[in-house]
Design a protein around this ligand. Structure first.
Ligand code: NDP
Ligand code: HEM
Length: 500
């Protein structure tokens, strides 16, 4: 019998039976010495790892980034070499639902990419929206709590969501996108992806450019309205997995065109003077009219995972994974995420999560981190286990030092909410929508506000009014026209009256 067809224990010993446990006589009892039975049950008890605290439900595939244009004047990153092809992994997700949540729910979609470049992994952990709900990482856990289950009812609470959003007008832009047609893409291939944050690129001359990353779907946008999504969910909770997996199995490989917007370092000052927006504010976009999209290449997904758990569930994306030629920016949210993700992975997967096959760089890895759980494949020179050493251990390479960031300022806790303009960009978006899109936006908001106390609804309506008179009026009209869902209303009002 060939080795790989003979069943063995995890220690490699051949197994005589995988059907019948070892018993005293044919009726039992079972013996404690039946190590294989005990091992099998014990392993099953350890099959689950904690799900992601957010973005728990996901779908992913492997693919290729092909660079068709020359952007080397902005970045020395090897991944941007004209004509190059880089292996990559994509994981798409919803944000709020647990691992068993239905795919076709209204939610922002995660758009996480890992590029296995020859100078290390570059992860771009974005969303299908160019902006986000909050502008300070301090607020992220509070925001996420409003999206998850209420501690008493264990149900999601519309009251919590609108209470938070109406108290944080910086969320208006993202709320408008979420409630618009694009809030429920039909499947993960029919949506754009955005790096969202401002990152930076730096070139061989040490010049830095601020950058935003965009991936535009070549499949075309397609969305469900609420009623269509409800029908899909009634039939299948796994519609995205079915679509993505099915397309790739059929050889119908989904593609996105990659673009960047580029702002030379220093120009952020004029940008802010001219527009009133910070170039590093995650609740704002850079208008295309000011910073046109520059084509970089094409991303294609062309290989399904062989094992969902080890290639998608255990994948670990870090906004902190950049490579020489790509850097960060002062964006506060980005800075917060640089800490949060590796910390999440060490907890969710384990210390050496980056040694797992799916996370492992496809270039040599040489560091001095030692021991801990599962240090797979850490092939270290046994005498060079500290640094500096005289025994040929790996050494730093000053040639990849990035140009210095020019930061100066007074340390403090700055409130950007009060004086900031939270309304002009949602207005620009609202003005893009035709009559039907506006009506659906307002109806979706009215539906999502079912059961929310009037004082919270009024506070939110005042924000819609400031965006556009037709926005506030449209939501008021939709609220007045919608049939009242008393069951949902009573569940949404799960907060104590004291809050009022
Ligand atoms: P443009 O007219 O040049 O761009 C409009 C953008 O809006 C396009 O990228 C389009 O994406 C996108 N869009 C269309 N419908 C929706 C929707 N329902 N939800 C989200 N995005 C949508 O204008 P500006 O660059 O001046 O931006 C105007 C507004 O457009 C912004 O305030 C912002 O809300 C939105 N937007 C801007 C982006 C940017 O990076 N500048 C990116 C995405 C949205 P597509 O081409 O794929 O159809
Ligand atoms: C997942 C934190 C903002 C996109 C996660 C996870 C954490 C987290 C802890 C789970 C990671 C894991 O267990 O693997 C934060 C914090 C944020 C923030 C603290 C703000 C300060 C954002 C923003 C975006 C984003 C702005 C998009 C622009 C994602 C995506 C995933 C994710 C796509 C799933 C990645 C995957 O597929 O594995 N986030 N997040 N997050 N986040 Fe965030």
């Amino acid at each position: 019998m060939a080795d790989n067809t003979r069943l063995t224990t995890t220690a490699g010993a051949p197994v005589s039976s995988n059907q019948n446990s070892k018993t005293v006589g044919p009726r039992g009892p079972v013996l404690l010495e039946d190590y294989q039975l005990i091992e099998k049950l014990a392993h099953q008890n350890r099959e689950r790892i904690p799900e992601r605290v957010v973005h728990a439900k996901g779908w992913g595939a492997h693919g290729t980034l092909t660079v068709t244009e020359d952007v080397t004047k902005y970045s020395r990153a090897k991944v941007f070499k004209p004509g190059s092809k880089t292996e990559m992994l994509a994981r798409f997700s919803t944000v709020a639902g647990e691992q068993g949540a239905a795919d076709a729910e209204r939610d922002v979609r995660g758009f996480a990419l890992k590029f296995y470049t020859e100078e290390g992994n570059w992860d771009l952990v974005g969303n299908n929206t160019p902006v986000f709900f909050v502008g300070d990482p301090y607020k992220f856990p509070d925001f996420i709590h409003t999206q998850k289950r209420h501690p008493r009812t264990n149900l999601r609470s519309a009251t919590a969501m609108w209470d938070f959003w109406s108290l944080c007008p910086e969320s208006l832009h993202q709320v408008t996108i979420l409630m618009s047609d694009r809030g429920i893409p039909t499947d993960p291939t029919r949506m754009n992806g955005y790096g969202s944050h401002t990152f930076s690129l730096w070139n061989d001359q040490g010049e830095r450019f601020w950058v935003k990353f965009h991936f535009k779907t070549q499949q075309g946008h397609a969305h469900f309205v609420n009623e269509e999504a409800e029908k899909v969910i009634a039939k299948s909770r796994e519609s995205y997995q079915e679509a993505l997996y099915g397309m790739i199995e059929a050889g119908d490989f989904p593609k996105w065109t990659m673009f960047i917007q580029v702002m030379p370092e220093g120009e952020e000052v004029q940008f802010e003077e001219k527009t009133g927006w910070s170039a590093f504010d995650l609740t704002k976009v850079w208008p295309h009219g000011m910073y046109p999209l520059i084509k970089v290449g094409e991303m294609e997904l062309n290989r399904n995972p062989e094992n969902y758990f080890s290639e998608i569930e255990q994948s670990a994306f870090n906004p902190s994974n950049v490579v020489p030629g790509i850097g960060f920016s002062p964006d506060k949210m980005l800075q917060g995420r640089l800490f949060s993700y590796p910390d999440a992975h060490r907890y969710r997967i384990g210390t050496h999560y980056e040694a797992l096959e799916v996370n492992k760089p496809k270039c040599p890895v040489a560091h001095y981190h030692r021991d801990g759980t599962m240090p797979f494949g850490l092939r270290t020179n046994p005498d060079a286990y500290y640094e500096p050493n005289s025994f040929g251990g790996p050494v730093e390479d000053p040639s990849v030092e990035e140009p210095p960031h020019r930061y100066a300022g007074q340390v403090g806790r700055y409130d950007f909410r009060g004086e900031a303009d939270h309304y002009s960009q949602p207005r620009a978006l609202f003005e893009l929508f035709d009559k039907g899109q506006r009506e659906r936006l307002c109806a979706n908001i009215a539906g999502a506000m079912q059961g929310v106390p009037q004082f919270i609804v009024d506070r939110q309506l005042a924000h819609f009014d400031k965006v556009h008179a037709d926005y506030g009026a449209g939501v008021r009209k939709a609220i007045a026209e919608q049939p009242r869902d008393d069951a949902e209303a009573s569940l949404s009002t799960s907060h104590s009256a004291a809050a009022e």
